[in-house]
Ligand binder design. Structure first.
Ligand code: FNR
Length: 366
């Protein structure tokens, strides 16, 4: 690794210099004026760590269990679409990196590598499959069957996307997927309908045409009727929705504002986390993503009640740097930073990171 590259931010800077405009803007951008995008990160600094001393941290263990599976680190990979724009091996390289680090890789429905390709690339890693639901419900059924057959361990149903947010850069760039790539889980128009646009973002046009905007909470029952895989609902930001999801018997809730890409003006994911943990924390596993770029971010999210955290963009920056190696480096950096944070705050295991270790900054102005 070049000596200049020592943290996630360094990888991001590098990616800004090497990625083509169309891809960089798609990966980087948030919805609207991107206030929430900036806030996703800044909000972490509003939470302060209360370190404890002299608690024997000579032997440390960063592992945990998620949906009954052991993971070596409490940080995994969120689904991001179209990773082959960042590196020729795209999702396969990303999944291999997660496998090597003993953590979870989540494959997007609209990936540029197929379910089967990813399963073959990383046969031993824990893989989850993210679902977008198309108007044609048989499409979803078929994807679920393929994910089950390929050994994926959970379905991540994204619930915040009846439409995709208005990402201004993509509208300006008339974003399309380059012609040598396609949505690899599909054939025909669903695979290549993203390669052209008459006007505006080709992705918005594709989604508006093909995704089911009529989805309701009861459709989770429909999903449960034909799969035994655990369901994680991704994109919940309120206690109200978290309670509905818990009542429907989902196994996990991923607190997320979709990397600030859906509607500008939502809270940061880390701000929404506490109300959701309060509402359902002992009934359903709660995870979060959005703005994680440092080991202290992971520590704060765990203290606020997340069982596991995930990240999206940093893996794209890792891919753009050096494919599988780049993502492994990112995961290793976050692991080292979390390990240091745990040692210095008196936490030998992730179970020691309890809710008293992190407070909102207002605690200190009382
Ligand atoms: C996403 N996200 C996303 N989510 C999802 O459920 N399915 C998808 O296909 C995608 N695609 C996607 C592409 C890109 C380029 C980004 C940046 C994000 C959202 C993603 O899973 C996750 O919620 C955010 O990326 C988390 O924020 P950070 O870690 O990028 O700050």
């Amino acid at each position: 690794m070049s000596e200049a590259i020592v943290c996630v931010k360094d990888f991001e800077k590098h990616a800004y210099n090497v990625l083509p405009r169309n891809a960089l803007d798609y990966y980087r951008s948030g919805a609207g004026a991107e206030e929430t995008l900036a806030h996703n990160r800044k909000a972490f600094s509003k939470y302060k760590i209360r370190p404890r001393c002299l608690r024997n941290v000579a032997k440390r263990d960063l592992s945990t269990t998620v949906l009954g599976e052991k993971v070596q680190i409490p940080v995994g990979i969120s689904p991001t679409a179209m990773q082959r724009m960042a590196h020729p091996e795209g999702e396969c390289a990303n999944a291999r990196a997660a496998q090597a680090m003993g953590t979870i890789f989540t494959l997007s429905t609209i990936a540029t590598s197929s379910i089967e390709e990813v399963a073959q690339a990383a046969p031993y890693g824990t893989k989850w499959f993210q679902l977008y639901i198309y108007n044609d419900r048989n499409v979803t059924r078929r994807l679920v069957e393929r994910a089950e057959k390929a050994g994926f361990k959970a379905l991540v149903l994204t619930v915040d996307t009846p439409m995709f947010g208005l990402r201004l850069a993509d509208i300006r760039n008339k974003f399309v997927l380059p012609p040598h790539l396609k949505f690899a889980n599909f054939a025909g128009d669903k695979a290549t309908g993203i390669n052209q646009t008459e006007s505006g973002s080709g992705l918005n046009n594709y989604v508006n045409r093909l995704f089911d905007q009529s989805l309701e909470w009861k459709d989770i029952k429909w999903l449960q009727s034909f799969t035994k895989l655990p369901i994680v609902v991704k994109g919940v930001l309120t206690a109200e929705d978290a309670l509905i999801a818990a009542d429907l018997g989902v196994q996990g809730i991923l607190v997320s504002n979709h990397g600030a890409r859906q509607v500008d003006g939502t809270p940061a994911s880390i701000e929404a986390l506490p109300e959701i943990v309060r509402a359902v924390g002992d009934r359903v596993e709660v995870y979060m993503d959005g703005g994680i770029t440092d080991g202290t971010d992971i520590f704060k999210a765990l203290a606020l009640g997340a069982r596991m955290v995930f990240f999206g963009r940093p893996a794209l920056w890792g891919l753009a740097h050096s494919g599988e190696e780049g993502v492994k480096k990112i995961l290793n950096i976050l692991k080292t930073e979390l390990d240091y944070t745990m040692a210095i705050t008196g936490c030998a295991t992730v179970r020691d990171i309890d809710h008293r270790m992190v407070v909102h900054e207002s605690y200190y102005s009382k």
